[in-house]
Design a protein around this ligand. Structure first.
Ligand SMILES: O=C(CO)COP(=O)(O)O
Length: 126
């Protein structure tokens, strides 16, 4: 879908400002990567850092988490950076859980908050 090795970026609604700031602050490192993102997150990332190579998939509740899970299963995702909102119930909670499960099954690095993401990102080799 995205072709080649890529980084996956996702943020829940309450974390999208954090993700936009993360993308802006780390745009130099992120620019070395192909990025896949769920739909709304990808739009926010591109607004914050327009030069990044971002492929926008479906929005999370409409299947975007599952699309990223599929890319993990085919070996295309090097790492998952997913800013999760732990305080809001979501209709697609099962999709979120399934995505995290696949990241564990395929043993890819997975950062679920900003503090971990900023430590993980510089350690990845593009
Ligand atoms: O819901 C999401 C992840 O579970 C994210 O989807 P959006 O980026 O489209 O908001």
């Amino acid at each position: 879908m995205a072709g080649g090795k890529c980084l996956a970026l996702i943020a829940h609604d309450q974390k999208k400002d954090d993700m936009a700031e993360f993308a802006r602050a780390n745009r130099d490192i992120l620019s070395r990567w192909k990025i896949v993102a769920t739909g709304t997150t990808g739009g926010r990332v591109l607004d914050a850092a327009p030069d990044l190579d971002v492929t926008r998939l479906k929005s999370g509740p409409l299947g975007g988490d599952q699309q990223i899970g599929a890319l993990i299963s085919t070996g295309e995702v090097v790492a998952l950076i997913f800013f999760v909102d732990p305080l809001t119930p979501m209709p697609h909670d099962v999709d979120v859980k399934a995505l995290m499960r696949l990241a564990i099954v395929y043993d890819i690095p997975m950062a679920l908050n900003h503090a971990t993401a900023i430590k993980l990102l510089p350690t990845l080799e593009a």
